[in-house]
Design a protein around this ligand. Structure first.
Ligand code: 13P
Length: 248
């Protein structure tokens, strides 16, 4: 049985002081032994978030990371800067980073490999646009994203990875995918992992759904056989996140 993993993606929200306040507020609400709970916060708030989450079940993740060890990469964050302060997860290749910061499947792959090298669990994002869905190329597109993201990743590493399926048309729009739509793509992702590796890897890897998840939609989505939790944007900044974590 795969343990569910429910992560908040705070995106570019909350100052470091507001981060402490929000974690203090959410901490009792997200207490759960049944699911893994991760808060992915802006880089500048990571240290404070880790301090504020101490003694709770909340793990802290970054929203991005660079694929080099160190050097002349102004403004970037190196993997050992994250591990040094206790960051356990990192979101890689979110569609907003692909759209606004020119991330590609190739940079996603380099970052995934680097995260594993440092023992950080990547939350690897994929997802189609509305045009792609309407053109009927969703599954082809997602398979390509996954195959490139996992190039040279070993099966042992892949077993520990998290994939977030986030249809771009569902992000921040209030238009959540139906549980059938989300299940169909998450099952296809698992099938793709099985083809790349084997059954055991496909059964172990955790696949989240993301895109306008709310306390109302969470329970039906997370009940799908191939959906192992969620990557939650807007609703992760509110007490509602407690309801999403305790969705049953
Ligand atoms: P929303 O939940 O705000 O739609 O954002 C989803 C998302 O992008 C999480 O990474």
């Amino acid at each position: 049985m795969r343990k569910k993993i429910i992560a908040g993606n705070w995106k570019m929200n909350k100052t470091p002081s507001e981060t402490v306040q929000l974690i203090n507020e959410l901490r009792p609400l997200v207490a759960s032994e049944e699911v893994d709970v991760v808060f992915c916060v802006p880089a500048i708030s990571l240290t404070k978030a880790i301090e504020a989450a101490q003694g709770s079940n909340i793990e802290i993740g970054a929203e991005n990371m660079y694929y080099e060890e160190s050097g002349a990469y102004t403004g970037e964050i190196a993997p050992n800067m994250l591990t040094d302060i206790g960051v356990k997860y990192v979101i890689i290749g979110h569609s907003e980073r692909r759209e606004y910061f020119a991330e590609t499947d190739e940079t996603v792959n380099k970052k995934v490999l680097k995260a594993f090298e440092h023992g950080i669990t990547p939350i690897v994002c994929c997802g189609e646009s509305l045009t792609q869905r309407e053109q009927g190329v969703t599954i082809d597109w997602i398979r390509q994203q996954i195959k490139i993201a996992f190039l040279n990743v070993t099966s042992e590493q892949a077993k520990a990875a998290v994939i977030a399926y986030e249809p771009i048309w569902a992000i921040g729009t209030g238009k959540v995918a139906t549980s059938e739509q989300a299940q169909e793509v998450c099952a296809a992702i698992r099938q793709c992992i099985k083809e790349i590796y084997d059954e055991a890897t496909a059964e172990a890897i955790r696949i989240q759904y993301g895109g306008s998840v709310t306390a109302d939609s969470a329970s039906e989505l997370f009940a799908q056989p191939d959906i192992d939790g969620g990557l939650v944007g807007g609703a992760s900044l509110k007490p509602d996140f407690g309801k999403i974590v305790n969705y049953k």
